[in-house]
Design a protein. Structure first.
Length: 465
């Protein structure tokens, strides 16, 4: 659902955590960043006055060099909740530790190591105890705990941050029902930062609701009143640490810029084409990735290897494993619109496309090389981020398309001019064919599908000559 919203040009508030696949979450963030969309994660303590005081104290050095972080997020839950926990590999840790990991990463940055431990206290196999240790550069450690079998666990939810000049305690983080919580106690070795020596309570406004201020912040970000205080990189780092804390093999899902792991498993399970089979692979960016090929080409079993947000350089990096290794007879290829938005030169874009087409042709693969599509600003009144022509000027798209047609002619590929098909009298993609001005909607795909089918049939016919 989150990916569908981003593809539709929507800002999202996403409940924690960011799923069980790090590459999928990375792709979501990459698409959001490419479209300048907000992704706010539902880590509920971010807007707590007590936590804000704690983070400021650490940031300004009030506690000195931080040596340990200790936090607990406990509760007691019944049978229905236990069954929900059964659906996740790490049980309770998967649902709750992410809140504490978020705070540790905000304070200390990227850890050097994350050690997970989840246990079951009953015979039903549900992992109801979760524990993780994080170690950071400089020797600081964070011990993070959660359980769903502690009576009165809400009252013992706490955060303790210790430095060589002082200790800060937030307890409780909250009380069940959000009636109160967020008491802050500060113990300083000597008077500093306007606070006296010794143990003292620092009054804070109560945490009235875990998400009210959070969602108000989201609204302010969306309308451009403030910038998102949490970067895409921070959200990705928190998710990576969380999956490590839950015992997932993050080495298999380690994020990287070229999307080499996106289709790794699908490729591994794909059998070689059978005798006489004309395999077709669609290769490209989000315009390809969002295309429901089964709807447009029923019964064909075409293979989709599009990745949202990618430029042609990234496509070159994964060409071998996502295209050539699949032994297709025909490749549909569209790429370059993201390059333009990222400021790449026409020469660089065409060099990358030429590499893809040349490698395919050398392997005996027929290529249908599609033009870039036009974009539009018709929907910017709904969302200012849907002003598309500023980053993708039509004159630059036309320049690239001229080069694409020349590459196709020189390499024996079939060039399909979809730009001319989808351009209106205002030199834009018609408003009813792309709801966000960039990606075709179902009607847009329906419009181009017959022409694509015709081009693919031409390419297939060449396979038998």
């Amino acid at each position: 659902m989150a990916q569908r919203c981003i593809r539709a040009g929507k800002h999202i508030h996403m409940d924690k955590p960011g799923g069980e696949s790090l590459p999928s979450f990375q792709e979501l963030l990459a698409q959001a960043e490419q479209q300048h969309l907000t992704v706010q994660m539902g880590y509920m303590y971010r807007n707590s006055p007590a936590i804000e005081f704690c983070l400021k104290a650490v940031r300004e050095g009030l506690l000195g060099n931080v040596s340990t972080i200790d936090a607990a997020m406990n509760r007691y839950d019944g049978e229905d909740f236990r069954q929900l926990m059964r659906t996740f590999q790490a049980g309770a840790a998967y649902i709750f530790l992410c809140h504490l990991i978020d705070l540790a990463v905000i304070m200390m940055g990227a850890p050097e190591r994350v050690i997970p431990l989840s246990t079951c206290t009953r015979s039903d196999g549900v992992l109801d105890n979760g524990f993780a240790v994080m170690s950071f550069p400089g020797g600081c450690t964070a011990s993070l705990r959660t359980t769903i079998v502690e009576v009165g666990g809400f009252e013992r939810r706490n955060l303790v941050v210790c430095g060589d000049r002082g200790t800060l305690i937030v307890q409780p983080l909250e009380l069940e029902g959000n009636q109160a919580g967020g008491r802050v106690f500060l113990n300083l070795l000597e008077a500093r930062g306007g606070f006296k020596q010794g143990l003292q309570e620092i009054p804070q406004a109560p945490l009235k609701d875990r998400y009210a201020d959070h969602l108000l912040e989201f609204a302010r970000i969306v309308v451009g009143e403030i910038e998102n205080p949490y970067s895409y990189a921070h959200e990705l780092l928190v998710q990576k640490c969380h999956l490590q804390a839950c015992g997932y093999d993050v080495e298999e899902t380690l994020p990287e810029v070229n999307g080499l792991q996106r289709y790794q498993r699908a490729n591994a399970t794909l059998s070689p084409p059978s005798a006489g089979e004309v395999r077709v692979v669609f290769f490209g960016d989000s315009i390809t990735n969002c295309w429901d090929l089964d709807v447009s080409f029923p019964g064909e079993n075409y293979i989709n290897r599009g990745i949202g947000g990618q430029n042609t350089k990234q496509m070159c990096a994964r060409l071998t494993q996502d295209v050539l290794a699949l032994q297709p007879s025909v490749v549909w290829f569209m790429g370059g619109t993201n390059d333009i938005a990222q400021g790449a030169s026409c020469e660089d874009i065409l060099d990358n496309v030429r590499f893809v087409v040349s490698r395919c042709r050398q392997a005996g693969i027929q290529v249908v090389l599609a033009s870039l599509l036009p974009v539009s600003d018709y929907h910017q009144h709904k969302d200012f981020l849907r002003e598309r022509r500023k980053l993708r000027p039509q004159n630059r798209i036309k320049e690239v398309n001229t080069g694409l047609s020349e590459i196709a002619a020189s390499k024996g590929a079939i060039y399909l001019d979809l730009f001319s098909l989808l351009i209106d009298a205002n030199d834009q993609m018609p408003a009813d064919l792309a709801d966000d001005g960039l990606h075709p909607n179902p009607k847009g795909y329906d419009c181009i599908a017959p022409y694509v089918k015709q081009a693919l049939e031409r390419a297939k016919s060449r396979c038998f000559k």
